[in-house]
Design a protein. Sequence first.
Length: 479
Amino acid sequence: MRFISLTICTALIWLLATYGPLSWAGDRIPTDAAGEAKQVSETQADPESTIKASPDQSPSVDAGAPATGSSEDSYDGRPADTGSNVLDRKIDPDGEESSPTESVENDSAPPLESEATWTLEPEFIHPLTPVQAGRNDSNPVWSPSGQMLAFERSMGDQRKIVIALRDGTIIKTIYFQTPEEEGALDIFLPGITDTASYNAGLSWSSRGRSLVFMSNAGSGNYDLYLLPDLDQAQPQRLTRHHGKDCNPQWSPTGDRLVFVSGSTGKADIFTMDLPSLKSRRITHGKKLYLYPQWSPDGRKIAMIYGSNENHDVWVIEDLSAPEKSTKTLTTWSYDDLRPVWSPDGSKIAFYSNFNLQGDQKLWCIIVVASDGSDSTSGDALSAHVVAYQVIPDIEQGPAWMPDSRHIVYVKNDEQMFNPIYLVDIEERIPVAVQTRTKMNHDISCASDGTLAFRAQVEQWDHIYIAKIDPEMAAIEELK
């Protein structure tokens, strides 16, 4: 009941080629980026490739290394070797892998965090809308001004996009479904209809009045749709083909979109010019390109590239020559997911399953310089871990505070019901935010530092908002 938008996009792009069976698993983060899309192949994949999910996490796709005798884009579904002797590797922009070079030494890597002694009381915290059983709210996204909040609301198999003011007043509900009769107009239908529809993956325009989202429109195929203005009832369909399109993000400059598409038979990254709606493919790799995100100035794109249980963080620095200007920020054997630029554009934070235990299910947050000046592997890269025991938010990635110095995250601590923490990326001291909510997830930070997140109340998920002042954490520590 608590699927999130990347789940559908991931599964459908992959199933476009694999037709793999569905199965449910436990607490594993997706091996193939847990994300918005999966690479697909024109050849049928091995039936061992499966989609996994748990009630509080998204389905994950296991796509093993290329099977012997198969095409480069076909996978046998077997997990990669994850022995204790993990070696770094180097990948060039064409996706070719060279011989292993060096290992991360356990005795020189940063130690695991100790129990936090700092706490931080929010200035306020309350549910955005009245708590109500029978529905699950998730994935809140603040408008650029921070005056509106959009989130996904699921009831049964149906998912709507709800837009509300800070005080919880709902100003629009988007439930998009194409009519059955041929030639009829696409319309917005408020409320619920008999046909299940999925609408998610929301991104705001820079002016905060337009929205782009993905939808199956009740038909099963996922395309991108644009709502030109909140006062407008008629959406505009942006993509129209059999490939699955998802993970749209509006450029900060307001003139382009970036998104993941399966239209090429793979998961590739495209940009779309607005208002001409002309698309341009900017990646041509042999593996998966996922999670594209614009830099704050709209000139660069961060993403991940890889396959199986290993993805690296890449940055395209010049969109006029994407293949020549691609720079790798990580080149090791660990899985790196969901890169997010700091508000000032100087740093990129991402999730990694680097840990001394060699456990692929343990995640941390790493912060590196966005210009590629930091080491891409080994001890030098692991020294940039700022938080351990993290539950990845694969919908939006690490939540930066406006000061580009603090990150808010959910700690993987079931005994404490997955509490919310704050970390100063320079001091690296974990601070427990006293929200007193349970099973937290999906953290989003507004331009003024107000948090929005998902929390569970009697088995149902609801959106909460809270205001925190990072400086107050230092005062708490001195007591």
